[in-house]
Design a protein around this ligand. Structure first.
Ligand code: BT5
Length: 276
């Protein structure tokens, strides 16, 4: 059964049904249980509640559309039905909360590698959580953790990717800054195939992260790091920091070099390139 996205002229599979995603899904832990919604407020909110009530590591929440898709810091994620992928994964890593940001970076690797198979050029990761192509945002990651004392109870990694989102149907607020795979290639993407590959990629990257730590994955992340050598401003919780982006630390912090050549570590914030 197929259903078109109104006005797009593109035929889509009707739904991202769990049993279809699970068919041929090759994972060690992720996606053994998938909760599907045709419409939901936010897959992250639902996954968070599931995790609070004991859901197992690897459970996935996926939706055809979101009414209140969330970005970071109270921002919203535009989430129309039928065209994109919105999913959240529950993880219960054994490492300390200080390492939780690495889950965003490992998810960025999985997401960028998955996207790369669908477009003719390399996507860029804008530290810490945006995937851009040609400077426009294609996907975002929202990681929410619940910690107690010095341990992580669970982490929800939420991912939104614009697949078959026609540019002309994007709201004005994002039209000039966002893109989709459809826009980039003129070819509709099979959402089921994309979701399956993304879950597999996350499963593999998560396994690698647990086994070998982030330093072993840093070079995969850096392949997509487009800001190296660029002057940037980072707006973080403690104010703004200026410097040249030189790379990423083994723990996932962004390394900036100030005018005096002194290295600074940034662990959270929004990055704005200053060079034109
Ligand atoms: C993010 O936040 O990029 C994280 C987005 C995570 C969305 C997923 S969908 C599944 C799961 N469930 C949820 O409720 N959320 C997650 P941030 O870096 O704060 O970026 C948000 C900004 O991106 C907005 O303020 C807009 O400027 C822009 N934006 C919103 N929707 C967009 C879209 N569909 N495509 C491109 N840019 C968008």
């Amino acid at each position: 059964m197929t259903k078109g996205f109104k006005g797009s002229g593109v035929e889509q599979p009707a739904a991202l049904h769990p049993d279809e995603i699970q068919r041929n899904l090759k994972t060690a832990r992720l996606g053994k249980k998938i909760h599907y919604f045709s419409e939901i407020d936010s897959t992250n909110n639902y996954a968070y509640k599931l995790a609070q009530t004991g859901a197992a590591e690897g459970e996935v929440v996926i939706a055809n559309g979101q009414m209140q898709g969330k970005g970071r810091l109270g921002r919203s994620w535009v989430s129309p039905p039928d065209v994109n992928v919105y999913l959240s994964v529950i993880l219960r890593p054994k490492f300390a909360p200080v390492h939780a940001p690495q889950l965003t970076l490992m998810s960025g690797v999985a997401l960028a590698e998955t996207i790369q198979a669908f477009i003719p050029r390399a996507p860029e990761i804008k530290w810490p959580n945006d995937i851009l192509v040609g400077g426009k945002k294609l996907a975002g990651i929202l990681t929410e953790a619940s910690c107690e004392d010095d341990r992580i109870l669970f982490v929800v990694v939420g991912i939104g990717v614009n697949l078959n989102f026609p540019q002309e149907l994007m709201p004005e607020a994002i039209k000039a800054t966002a893109t989709s795979i459809l826009t980039l290639t003129n070819q509709p993407v099979d959402r089921l195939d994309f979701a399956r590959r993304l879950i597999q990629g996350l499963d593999q990257c998560y396994g690698d992260l647990e086994e070998r730590g982030f330093p072993a994955m840093a070079s995969r992340w850096e392949r997509f790091f487009s800001l190296r050598g660029k002057r940037v401003r980072v707006e973080g919780p403690g104010g703004s920091v200026l410097g040249k982006a030189v790379g990423i630390a083994g723990d996932g912090a962004l390394i900036l070099e100030d005018e005096k050549g002194v290295s600074q570590r940034v662990i959270a914030g929004d990055v704005f390139p200053m060079d034109t």
